[in-house]
Ligand binder design. Sequence first.
Ligand code: SAH
Ligand code: F3S
Length: 447
Amino acid sequence: MNSKVYIETFGCQMNVADTERAATGLRQAGYEMTSTAEAADIVLLNTCSVRERAERKVFRRIGEIRNHAKRAARKKPVIGVMGCVAQLEGSAIFASAPAVDLVIGTRATDRIPSLIERVREGEATVIDLEDRQESEVWDVSPAERRSPYVAFVPIIEGCNKFCSFCIVPYSRGREKSRSAREIVAEVHGLRSLGYKEAQLIGQNVNSYRPQSQEGLEPYSGATSFSRLLRAVADTGMQRIKFTTSFPRDFHPDIVSALEEYPNLCDWVHLPVQSGSDRILKAMRRGHNSEDYLRRVESIKNSRRRLSLTSDIIVGFPGETEEDFEKTMQLVRNCEYDALYIFKYSKRAGTPAAMMDDALPEADKTRRFMALEELQSSVQDRIYNSYVGKTVSVLVERQSARSTEDMTGHSTCHKVVNFRANETRPGEIVDVVISHAKPNSLYGTLMS
Ligand code: SAH
Ligand code: F3S
């Protein structure tokens, strides 16, 4: 009987994509994939370390898996840690969690089958924190994708920006772009398999810089990324989204590409992190608020109504009330369609971890709540402006709230619920919005 592997995924879409890739390789090597830790002979945790809380969750989970095996009087499964915690903590994981047999760095995804083999042959601890090999494949088998309609397509890995608070450049290494030819071929393949949406993903998609322009020759554009957008749009894939855009590298030609191709979706995620120039400088973001607002202007002035979302960190070391007020002001000005707010979390090894003036938790919480309240009033207005309008929705599944409703995402990346009628997951339908909720829209099918 084949050994069964279960992979549990934490964190961002890049981890989801890595899990899909790892599962593809494991299945090719003869393993069977399973959907619960309890049924598995090998459990891999694909981890996130962007904030402390995410990291703690992993160690709790390792304990649970080990204890469950004990209680069930079952042999402990082989336990492997992959993803960002693995890359950052390396062999220290074996000391802090002795149940772990295997540590798999962020660029060792393709070598997982042979690493597992070594554990099974009796090596007590196996670790691989090495770089990717040039020859490796990015194939993902459709059976391993999280959704049969929406596919994540990594276009660039890693990050060279070294924002002072962020651990990602250390956990994911330097930026490495995939070839355009390969990306376009993948999207063509997805389309012929019936996928309705491709999401181009990367820490900073718009820093995309392939080694050659091969595959992009027929397409114009001010940057490799805007050329890639046109090339991918030309595959005819029905919906194309991309995330995350880095403000400093956000060229207005991206907006031009969105205007040229209706299948490039009307949504831009452009994290600002703070509205205070003093804090942006300490964060080493490489942009101030004016640079950022200029990018926002190009998005808001587009011929298409583009939805805009962002990330903000509250309570960065030394953030004063005045700095925070500037963030509030920026949020009022930008009128985001959605905002992801994070309390600053100190990450060992980053420059910000050495800064004095850490803020008390209570201040972070207060600012978090104030910003959340402001955003919810902004969002209320924006969501209500959709009432009476028609949006295009990719139907994903039955709504959790009501068996009579279906749910999906609009092209502008809002959750839309609607009376199901005869619709099925995977269809793209037009929905007339009848009312707005805090984080979703509700409507009926256009007749
Ligand atoms: N590449 C993206 C961000 C990747 S991390 C960018 O352009 O900014 C995703 C989000 O997590 C970040 O945008 C940031 O808001 C948040 N984040 C990263 N490090 C953090 C930390 N140390 N504490 C709190 N939030 C953090
Ligand atoms: Fe992190 Fe800044 Fe890169 S937030 S992922 S270092 S752009």
